[in-house]
Ligand binder design. Structure first.
Ligand code: LMR
Length: 329
C-alpha cells in the first residue's frame, strides 16, 4: 500500500495538533478520602465533568477518591506542596491551619440544614474562607455532607450517660475531642481510612459520622447500634493551592469558579436527601439497631455539652461564637 505524501502530511498535522492540545491542557489533581457515592464524591465528579465541558477539554480535573493518593492527615501538606491542586477536607480537619475552624464542630451548632447554609454563606463562612489567604490556600467553596450520628457496639446510646467510658474514633479536631471528654468517653483521633479497621478489630467501640459515610464505608456492618442524634455538622471546604491558582489565566479562573458555583448550589440542595436515602439503604441491608433521639433525650445532650461554647470561646473566637449562637436560636 502506498500512502500519498499529502495524506501523511495531514496525519502529521492532526497528530501535532493533538499533541499541542494535550501539552496545553491544564490538569488539576483533586484528592479526597470518601467513597464516590457520597455528597463530596459526587460533587467532585460533577465538578470535573463541568470543567471539562465548559473548557472544551482544555482543563481537566482528575479525581482521586477513597484516599487513594493521600489520607486526610496528609492531604493538606500535599496541597501546600502542589502535589495535588484541589482537596476538600472536612472543616474539622482545618484545626491545624487555624483553631477558628473548630466553630463548625461545636455540638448542636446548627438546628437545621437551612441554618447550616446561613452559616456557610453568611459571616462565619466568609470570615473563615478569607482567613485562608494568609496560609497560602485558596478557599473556593463549602460543600455540605450533613449531620453526624453515633454508632457503637457497646449498648444503645440514648442519653449522655450511655456513652460514658466508650472509646470512639473521631476526626482530627480538638473541639471534637473536648466533646467526647465532656461526655467522659475516650476519643481517639484517627484518619478516616483506618476507621473501618479500627472498628473491625474492636480497637474502638464506636464512631460518629454522617449516614452517607456510615453507609458507603460499610461501618454499619461492624456496629450493633446507630443513634440518629444529628449532634454535629460535617462539611467541607474546597481548597486550592494558592500559588497554582494565582498562576492561572483569567479564562481558567473563570471556568473553575463557574463550575464550583454550579456544583456548590447542587450540593447544598442534594446532600440532605442523599443522607436520607442512605439511611433507608442501611435499614434494608442490615439489622443494626436504630434509635432516634427523642426531644427529651436531645435536651439532656445539649445541657451536658453546652458549657463547651464558653469554654472554647477563647480559642475559637468570641465573635464567631456570638454568630453561631444567633443561628442556634
Ligand atoms: C471523617 O474523617 O470521618 C470524614 O471527615 C470523612 C469525610 O471526608 O467525610
Amino acid at each position: 500500500i502506498t500512502v500519498s505524501p499529502k495524506l501523511l502530511h495531514s496525519h502529521k498535522l492532526v497528530h501535532d495538533y493533538e499533541q499541542q492540545g494535550l501539552k496545553n491542557q491544564i490538569v488539576l489533581k483533586f484528592s479526597h478520602v470518601v467513597a464516590e457515592n457520597t455528597p463530596k464524591g459526587l460533587a467532585a465528579k460533577k465538578f470535573a465533568e463541568l470543567v471539562y465541558k465548559k473548557s472544551n477539554g482544555k482543563i481537566r480535573v482528575e479525581v482521586f477518591p477513597n484516599g487513594m493518593l493521600y489520607s486526610d492527615i496528609e492531604e493538606i501538606n500535599a496541597l501546600k506542596e502542589n502535589k495535588v491542586q484541589i482537596i476538600a477536607p472536612s472543616t474539622s480537619k482545618l484545626g491545624s491551619v487555624s483553631e477558628k475552624w473548630g466553630i463548625f464542630d461545636l455540638p448542636f451548632a446548627f438546628p437545621s440544614y437551612q441554618a447550616v447554609q446561613e452559616g456557610l454563606n453568611g459571616k462565619i463562612g466568609q470570615e473563615l474562607l478569607q482567613s485562608l489567604e494568609k496560609d497560602d490556600l485558596k478557599g473556593l467553596a463549602y460543600w455540605i455532607n450533613g449531620f453526624k450520628q453515633i454508632t457503637s457496639n457497646k449498648g444503645p446510646i440514648r442519653t449522655p450517660a450511655d456513652i460514658k467510658g466508650q472509646t470512639f474514633r473521631i476526626m482530627q479536631s480538638k473541639v471534637l475531642a473536648a466533646q467526647f471528654n465532656q461526655l467522659d468517653a475516650h476519643p481517639i483521633q484517627q484518619s478516616f481510612d483506618i476507621t473501618f479497621q479500627s472498628l473491625d478489630s474492636k480497637k474502638v467501640d464506636g464512631e460518629e459520622n454522617t449516614l452517607s459515610n456510615i453507609y458507603s464505608k460499610k461501618f454499619y456492618n461492624l456496629q450493633k447500634y446507630l443513634t440518629i442524634s444529628n449532634h454535629g455538622y460535617l462539611g467541607y471546604v474546597v481548597l486550592m493551592n494558592k500559588s497554582f491558582w494565582n498562576k492561572q489565566t483569567d479564562y481558567t479562573k473563570r471556568i473553575l469558579s463557574e463550575a464550583i458555583e454550579e456544583v456548590t448550589n447542587w450540593n447544598q440542595q442534594e446532600a440532605h436527601q442523599m443522607n436520607e436515602k442512605q439511611l433507608e439503604l442501611i435499614k434494608k441491608n442490615s439489622s443494626i439497631n436504630i434509635h432516634v433521639l427523642t426531644d427529651a433525650e436531645k435536651k439532656e445532650w445539649v445541657k451536658k455539652l453546652d458549657p463547651l461554647y464558653d469554654k472554647l470561646a477563647p480559642t475559637i473566637g468570641y465573635n464567631l461564637i456570638d454568630e453561631i449562637k444567633k443561628l442556634r436560636k
